[in-house]
Design a protein around this ligand. Structure first.
Ligand code: NAD
Ligand code: ZN
Length: 343
């Protein structure tokens, strides 16, 4: 089968022929139809410090997908051949305290498909039945392919109580934009979304109705807070850029006792002003992946009740044209970019 492989320890990805994965009795073989490119894939593509320390080479990459069940192992009961599915990309162990307590998203033995297990940028993916998410037969495959990052957005946005709160989201990448849309629906009061890229902030307007966009290289965040009637600081911060300047700005503008959920992965370690963190009595929570499987229930319910993520998809390519897609992703002028694996 065709698969996109991190074949060398250098920038790039390579389309190769690799064997179709064999499935164990508890696994499902998924025929991949659509995939989406994630910020994490860009870390791997660029081969930054995080990727070099995390991803063994060679590795089939990719973890955002929609497809159909092509075969099931002998003990699989929850899905049948032909079902439309997506899946949770974190494959957890069963031995740790967290896993035994049902906190699967906090299992330290977790492996990620497309990161340290063979991934979904391929014609077929083998996935444990436990990780497979069955979808209704008319569920759009492109939306199936972006459920993974929507799950990151939902899990981060709902990490703290948002209702009636003022929320600062740093980073208007696809996940930051989705988080703003979720915060609007979940009942936040004021929502401010920052970036340093005007294209992204303009684009974010197509998915939100009452979020204030701020390009922090042009506008002063404190002035914007005055303008929108904020006397104190933000109650909740959602860090979705992985950029130190964004995090520093968040620290400076939080209310005392505020809560920060951190999703962004820094490309390399950065220093934190702990004096401010302590002095403001802030709570900081790292967010990893999604809750298994509570986040999936919540986001599918939000989609069923009208959360429309279609406008987030800006570009579509055949999988064989992947290089064009990755070049475009590098311009930063994209929402979600879809690869089509059917042909
Ligand atoms: P993305 O790279 O598309 O978006 C990041 C955005 O941050 C970009 O638009 C960029 O212009 C912006 N940015 C850069 N510097 C900034 C600054 N100083 N102030 C404000 N914005 C700034 O990424 P994405 O796909 O939306 O994902 C968001 C982040 O979450 C990434 O770092 C990604 O690696 C990470 N992530 C983490 C998990 C997890 O489990 N923790 C899962 C998925 C993604
Ligand atoms: Zn992703």
């Amino acid at each position: 089968m065709k698969a996109l492989v991190k074949a060398k320890s250098e920038k790039g990805l390579w389309m190769q022929d690799v064997p179709v994965p064999e499935i164990a009795p508890n696994e499902v073989l998924i025929e991949i139809e659509r995939t989406a490119i994630c910020g994490t894939d860009m870390h791997i593509y660029r081969w930054d410090e995080w990727a070099q320390n995390t991803v063994p080479v060679p590795m089939v990459v990719g973890h955002e997908y929609g497809g159909r069940v092509a075969a099931i192992g002998s003990t699989v009961t929850r899905v049948a051949v032909g079902d439309r599915v997506s899946g949770e990309g974190h494959v957890v162990g069963r031995r740790s305290r967290n896993a035994r307590a049902g906190r699967f998203h906090l299992d330290p033995d977790t492996k990620g498909i497309g990161v340290n297990l063979p991934g979904a940028f391929a014609q077929y993916l083998a996935l444990p039945e436990f990780n497979v998410i069955p979808l209704r037969s008319d569920f759009p495959l492109e939306i199936a392919a972006i459920l993974d990052p929507l799950g990151n957005a939902v899990h981060t946005a709902l990490a703290f109580d948002l209702v009636g709160e003022d929320v600062l989201i740093t980073g208007a990448g696809p996940i930051g934009i989705m988080a703003a849309a979720v915060a609007e629906r979940a009942g936040a009061r004021r929502i401010v979304l920052t970036d340093i890229n005007d294209w992204r902030l303009d684009f974010a307007k197509t998915l939100t109705t009452r979020t204030r966009m701020v390009n922090t290289t042009v506008e002063n965040l404190r002035d914007v807070m005055d303008e929108i009637g904020m006397e104190e600081g933000f109650d909740v911060g959602l860090e979705m850029s992985g950029a130190q300047p964004a995090f520093d700005q968040m620290l400076d503008n939080m209310l005392m006792g505020g809560n920060i959920a951190m999703l962004g992965i820094p490309a390399k370690p950065f220093p934190v002003d702990f004096g401010k963190l302590v002095g403001k009595a802030l709570t900081l929570r790292g967010i990893y992946g999604r809750q298994m499987y509570e986040t999936w229930y919540k986001m599918l319910a939000m989609i069923d009740s009208g959360l429309d993520m279609n406008p987030l998809i800006t570009h579509r390519f055949k999988a064989t044209d992947f290089q064009k897609a990755f070049d475009l992703m590098e311009t930063g002028k994209t929402g979600k970019v879809i690869l089509d694996w059917t042909d």
